[in-house]
Design a binder for this molecule. Structure first.
Ligand code: GLA
Length: 689
């Protein structure tokens, strides 16, 4: 089943909170949803205090009534388990369920996600509410699936309650078997950190200089992820046992959680909450051109978990919390644009957040489709347009999948290790962002994939090119897989700091780039972090391509020493004491080739490499589009749909060299065509002629 949602057509849904509104509104709400082609609601994910108002006393009537009414209107229901918001009676009576900060101060009632995953009491109470809830609703004809909890690790993704320290010790005993091997793995001989009793072991606690043992810090993140997954398992086991015909999902993605593993083990598919405007709250100038379009990268990541997925929350108005999130309104057309952004990247079930803006509470400025006054507005009209379009094209698009020949690859260990480790962590974002952005601007569809222990050669061979920019932690097994990939014809592109650490995060006693030095045919003879007064060296391009003059090698400069005769130097440093030394190399191996760059990628270097390896857009031959338009293709079994999305507030001029048609409007597209601001086109590429 490849972890995908199974939909026959693109379907619209909406998050609905009947508990926020007088009952008299419900029926009118459902009637209007149907008018807008909204046929699914998600609800109840924060309703524990209603479902179990007093410990051990359950009341399921309220949501039963809502579901009956929804059913009358042909509306299907997704229920969220309510464990993200424990009631006041619960945390008051059992404070051990609360999460704590690193100093051990408890997070108290009044927000959400203030509990920990480790407390046996919390797991017991969650088991009871979820079991009762599933048994109460499992036979309701409107119910189609379950969302476990809500956004695991959102708001906070570190846990330091007493129960967490205890659970961490148990997890470590399982992983290492003995204190002796734990001491080795964490290098505790350094600074006399050696543990002589398990009771001395804790998750990171306040330290001088705020500098925890780095190997402990990495294990802490692995533990948090494993713990969140085992917390989710408790719930998915209950749902599987009592409601086997319903699907199970969870909405993410957040830090310190291996969402791939969570999905593989305990879900039917993954869901994502898409709020593109987050990227516009405090844009840095370098991000400016990408902005809401940067969200496509998050959607690409989601697609690597579930090729077809659900967006459980799609932004449908300006987002706002009373005290910390403040956004301008989406411009006319933007909600529709963002909806199709989600669809392009693999969404088949699109659920808006939320039906109507709350009139009270922390999120009373998080605007939904309807305003407080509940009168028609432009957001309602825009969503209704999407609803109408889905009914027109939805059965064609559903089940098709995004097509990409190039992947940017990452992995959880390096992402987590890089949070603390300033010597490689920041390089990752610099390179991934530059690659994703330049590929986007050139209309070359790209995947963002995660390398995992279970990956096989065939998973990598789906791609002609893989950019795996800064895998500091790398094993010989991974290097062997990458070597096979290159030998079989893949083009592999690596960057600075590759392969100098083992899985514990210790530095190898071998020349950089460690396990892939042989594959690349190089070693690193000297290196420097680029920071402050240590300026980046300039580059001089030696290949056929062109590099913008003055381009610097950013982030880190490794001076490459060529070992194999067949290594081609593609760029040299052109300043600093290592001027004239290799900065970028390429080596043909088997049917493929491997590139090694001694720095982090910036836009001009990405452009030059793309030119060198002759990556092209799949629509280059018949369509010219400006950079502000995103282009991507969803296809399956011969059917193929090109999406064009204009993120700009100005018209975008397209040049068609062949004749095409827009599926949404039926418009004929030939010669010059002006896409309106925030416009969307979907083209059946088999009908282009
Ligand atoms: C998240 C949550 C929702 C809501 C929105 C808006 O995605 O899942 O409950 O809080 O953000 O803040």
């Amino acid at each position: 089943m490849n972890n995908s949602i199974q939909m026959d057509q693109l379907t619209l849904g909406v998050c609905y909170y009947p508990e926020h509104w007088p009952e008299e509104l419900w029926e009118d709400d459902f009637r209007r949803m149907r008018d807008m082609n909204i046929s699914v609601i998600r609800m109840a994910e924060f309703s524990w205090a209603m479902l179990e108002p007093v410990e051990g006393t359950f009341e399921f009537q309220f949501f039963n009534k809502v579901m009956d009414l929804a059913h009358k209107y042909g509306i299907k229901v997704i229920l969220g388990t309510p464990t993200a918001t424990p009631p006041a009676w619960l945390t008051h009576k059992y404070p051990e369920v609360l999460n704590a900060n690193a100093e051990g101060v408890l997070y108290r009632h009044g927000m959400r996600r203030h509990y920990n995953y480790s407390s046996p009491k919390y797991r017991e109470l969650c088991t009871r509410i979820v079991t009762n809830m599933v048994q109460a609703y499992k036979d309701h004809p409107a119910l189609i699936g379950w969302q476990i909890d809500n956004e695991l690790n959102c708001e906070i993704n570190v846990f330091y309650a007493e129960a967490d320290h205890i659970a961490f010790r148990e997890w470590l005993k399982e992983r290492y078997g003995s204190l002796d091997s734990l001491n080795k793995a964490w290098g505790t001989v350094f600074w006399s950190q050696t543990y002589s009793d398990w009771e001395q072991v804790f998750l990171t606690r306040p330290t001088t200089a705020d500098s925890p043992n780095p190997h402990l810090a990495l294990d802490e993140k692995r533990f948090i992820s494993a713990n969140a997954i085992s917390f989710a398992k408790v719930q998915s086991d209950i749902i599987r046992a009592f409601a086997p015909r319903h699907w199970i999902t969870h909405n993410g993605t957040f830090g310190h959680l291996d969402s791939h593993e969570l999905t593989d083990k305990h879900l039917d598919f993954f869901s994502y909450d898409s709020y593109p405007q987050f990227s516009t709250i405090s844009p840095s100038t370098e991000d400016h051109p990408l902005l809401d379009r940067a969200w496509s990268m998050n959607l690409s990541n989601t697609r690597s978990i579930s090729p077809n997925f659900c967006v459980m929350e799609q932004q449908s108005g300006p987002g706002g919390w009373v005290n910390r999130i403040d956004m301008g309104t989406p411009r006319p057309g933007q909600i529709r644009l963002w909806s199709y952004q989600s669809v392009l990247h693999g969404t088949d079930l699109l659920v808006y957040f939320r039906w109507r803006t709350a009139t009270f509470g922390t999120e009373m400025y998080w605007h939904g489709i309807n305003d407080y006054h509940n009168q028609p507005n432009r957001r309602v009209r825009e969503v209704a347009q999407v609803g109408e379009e889905f009914s027109k094209v939805g059965s064609l698009i559903a089940g098709t999948v995004y097509q990409a020949e190039i992947a940017i690859m990452q992995d959880y260990d390096n992402t987590w290790d890089g949070e603390l480790d300033k010597w490689h962590g920041p390089l990752q974002w610099q390179s991934v962002r530059s690659w994703y952005k330049q590929l986007q601007y050139k209309h070359i569809p790209a995947d963002l994939i995660t390398l995992r222990a279970e990956n096989l050669l065939e998973d990598l061979l789906k791609y002609k090119v893989i950019v795996y920019p800064h895998a500091a932690i790398m094993t010989d097994e991974t290097a062997a897989l990458l070597t096979e990939y290159v030998e079989a014809g893949g083009k592999l592109i690596l960057g600075a700091r590759t392969g100098y650490k083992d899985p514990n995060g210790h530095c190898y006693m071998r020349p950089f780039p460690g396990p892939v030095a042989e594959l690349c045919g190089i070693t690193i003879e000297d290196f420097t972090l680029i920071k402050g007064i240590i300026a980046p060296a300039e580059l001089s391009w030696k290949g056929k391509g062109v590099l913008s003059p003055g381009t610097a090698a950013v982030g880190f400069n490794e001076v490459i020493s060529v070992v194999s005769k067949d290594v081609e130097v593609m760029a040299e440093y052109a300043s600093e004491y290592y001027s004239g030394k290799p900065a970028l190399t390429r080596r043909a191996v088997g049917q493929g080739e491997v590139w090694y760059y001694g720095a982090a990628f910036n836009e001009p270097v990405v452009d030059a490499v793309i030119e060198e390896i002759q990556l092209k857009s799949p629509v280059d031959e018949w369509l010219t589009a400006p950079a502000e338009v995103e282009a991507g293709i969803r296809a399956l079994n011969g059917a193929s749909y090109l999406f064009l999305l204009n993120y700009s507030n100005k018209p975008a001029q397209l040049e068609f060299k062949k004749t095409a048609a827009d599926l949404l409007t039926g418009d004929r597209l030939e010669g010059t065509f002006d896409m309106p601001p925030y416009g969307v086109l979907i083209i059946d590429t088999s009908a282009v002629g």
